[in-house]
Ligand binder design. Sequence first.
Ligand SMILES: Nc1ncnc2c1ncn2[C@@H]1O[C@H](COP(=O)(O)OP(=O)(O)O[C@H]2O[C@H](CO)[C@@H](O)[C@H](O)[C@H]2O)[C@@H](O)[C@H]1O
Length: 644
Amino acid sequence: MESLKFTSLIPCKSPVNLVRPRLVNHHDVIGQVGFAPLWKKRSKIEALRLRTSVSGKAPGSQDGASVVQDEKEEAAKAVLLGAERDSSGSVIGFNLSPPNGEIVMDTDEVLTSDRVKVVEDVGGKQKSKAKVTRSIVFVTAEAAPYSKTGGLGDVCGSLPVVLAGRGHRVMVVSPRYLHGSPADKNFSGVIDVGHINVFCFGAEQEVAFFHEYREGVDWVFVDHPSFHRPGNPYGDSFGAFGDNQFRFTLLSHAACEAPLVLPLGGFTYGEKCLFMVNDWHAGLVPLLLAAKYRPHGVYADARSVLLIHNLAHQGVESAVTYKNLGLPAEWYGALEWVFPEWARAHALDRGEAVNILKGAIVTTDRILTVSEGYAWEITTVEGGYGLNELLSSRKSVLNGITNGIDVIDWDPSSDNHIASHYSADDLSGKVECKIALQKELGLPIRPDCPLIGFIGRLDYQKGIDLIQSGIPELMKDDVQFVMLGSGDIQCQDWMRIAEATYKDKFRGWVGFNVPVSHRITAGCDILLMPSRFEPCGLNQLYAMRYGTIPVVHSTGGLRDTVVNFNPYGPEGQGELGTGWTFSPLTKESMLAALRLAVETYKKHKPSWEGLMKRGMERDFTWESAAIQYEQVFEWAFIDPPYVA
Ligand SMILES: Nc1ncnc2c1ncn2[C@@H]1O[C@H](COP(=O)(O)OP(=O)(O)O[C@H]2O[C@H](CO)[C@@H](O)[C@H](O)[C@H]2O)[C@@H](O)[C@H]1O
């Protein structure tokens, strides 16, 4: 393949054909033989080595099966408070109490103590700089403000900026979606910086790169006609797009090329970079590093960290699609996934599939989740979505770091979307926001009436069915309720019906509307999150920052971030609470928690104000999370590549 000279350095106005000198010949890779399935061997060795060095435990035996057995025993010590199963017996909702009420990961102690040390070393969290700076490449299906359907967009829109502010060189690679809607203007600042061909789905696929340098970050967008269609990044009103595997395969291939071919600001990122692989959409990246690049001597010094935002989505497709992914045939085992018999469609269905997230788990250097609680939950049968044993085998490199939030975007003292500004020192503006929200929604204007809110994807994960079953009873109380969400069509219809039924009390806003989400967060007194599982959850963090009291199911990141208020608890305990956590996940316990909150709101004003202020004064910044990320990056580079 011939090399072409760059016609100009990026940013540039005209597209250039980007070819790096050592570009791997894709056809060679497909036909290549001799790739050893090292990931299998290494997972055992590493698990044993790191368990010995980090936890101080002697390895029981050289047999990987005994490691898994250990994990099972550990998980068994946890208390399963309740599990909800579907008709086939599969767990679809659960409530677990970790062993001793603590989240225990082998490396957590190390993470915690190092974290403290780093914070002390830098002498304060704000505006501190990293001690070791890195070239970091985020690969993600969403990055706000360019694209966002949920928390993934928020995290990939703000963490890169904070890491760049700490001195790292940061690139975010994401698709350039054009939906033919006003949201397309989000990409108005990007410029075409060249195109490349990547090999997958049986052919050379041409993709273009667009670029914008903003807030210290190189935002790189992969452009292809398959990203241009109405809907959202994943689907439209008819459901998920049928070619999502193709679209995100393109993203992963292009993201692996970007650091090598794009001379951003005059220089490429080069091979010694750290790939932040977000969810299954980017999951091919560690596989490509191992199977396509390293055998040719490329990316020997790169590392990858898989960041799991939501294990429920794994990128599973029929096994015959493996040949489309642009991976050598002998790597099939890394993605191989066999459904249990009960999950198969018919008698001839052998349940054979490829699972991209599984492939990432067995090849990435380290694994992170977005809270410590969730890092533990995914190693359990109930929370592991079939990947728990695999994740347990990599427990020595699995950590959880709780998300931060964008405290500039979400600041009640300066938020442009809300009617009046306020802060923990002067709460008077909050009631103005409530009145304005009631007015906007056409609800009776009653500042004294508790206003409860829900914001989120209308998805089974978020416990919307629990809200639906609880509303008839709740509406008998003197409360108002507002719901903002889009997704499940039946739930959208239900919201419209509920609004007509409870005219003076209920409002359902169907759609995705960021300004409205700010106004609900500011105007409500209580935010309800009855999530079945919640890897971190951002709305409860936004709520606390806005003096809105979260009432949440005690799971994952919700349990980690909301401190249950118990005025009758042991001395001083009532002074710690920031909200209510309920368990088990039933209508009754949800309503009980809501009613406790409503009673406190109505009858115990000083306690309520204490709850508001404690929430508002919490540190929600990304700074402390970023310091923990840096620690994980260091660990990733200390070890050799997991699959060399
Ligand atoms: N209709 C609507 N209109 C406007 N805004 C809306 C909206 N519906 C949702 N949003 C916004 O989307 C974001 C949702 O974030 P979450 O973290 O709560 O959930 P999500 O499940 O998408 O993310 C996954 O990834 C994140 C990030 O890691 C984890 O916190 C989470 O637990 C995990 O499930 C929030 O910013 C929220 O305000």
